[in-house]
Design a protein around this ligand. Sequence first.
Ligand SMILES: [Fe+2]
Length: 293
Amino acid sequence: YANPIALEMFGYKNIKELQKRHFIDFVLPQFKEKVNLDIQLLSPENKGRLIQYKVQDANKTSFWVETISNKTVFQGENGTLLCLRDITERKLAEEGIKKIQGAMKKVLEEVVSALSKTIAEKDPYTLEHQKKVSELACAIAKKMNLSPEFIDGLKIAAILHDIGKGSIPGALLFAPRKLTDIEMGLVKLHTVKGYNILKDIDFPWPIAKIVLQHHEHIDGSGYPHGIDGKTMLLEAKILAVADVVEAINSHRPYRKALGIQAALEEIESKKGLWYDEAVVNACKELFEEGFNY
Ligand SMILES: [Fe+2]
């Protein structure tokens, strides 16, 4: 049996034509297993679930449906009752939204990348450093099984984490000597400057705060505010480790690259003091497994 609306939906004029075929014949091949399994699992105690799949009508036009099935008795015989709704429009709308979201994500990445490049003219080292830190930070987060959404935010924060250096005099950034306390205080301000640049952008992640906290330590000995591990965002804890590892492992105007071994020894020696233990362990595991950026 099928009601008149079902007949119309599948492009048949009368019930006799439809009765020659089993419902599963209308289901597209890639969904048949899913639908069969759903029907097999049905019992008087076990009610059907709402499932979505594609079917095709008498003219071989395919469309999305959502169905729920139940066991029933019809004219004295056991049967399956199938309630069906055409959801093609909803599916098209969902696909449209996904496309727009994909395009927006791409635009956001391009804007962030352009913003990070504003530092390049003044300080090409920082541009390169931010890219590498971003790669390492995301790999650490993945190793820690953090969600793709978390990693998306971390990636943006890492690419922009030293953007505040754009407002620090080049003479201090590249000084081939030890800085005085006052000079060092000025360089440290890059965290607050970065925060101020980013704080009014309504990112779906706390990007400005992560940037502000990337030189904090979990024992409270970092800067600019000396907050501890309880207040520090996890993203900032990961960024702090990726930042120091990349910095030690890279060439600087005032010294040669010290190598990855020295970088890993540094984070191990400050594990639980400056750097979060789980983050340090994940980072070390990565390099033991041959990570390279
Ligand atoms: Fe920094």
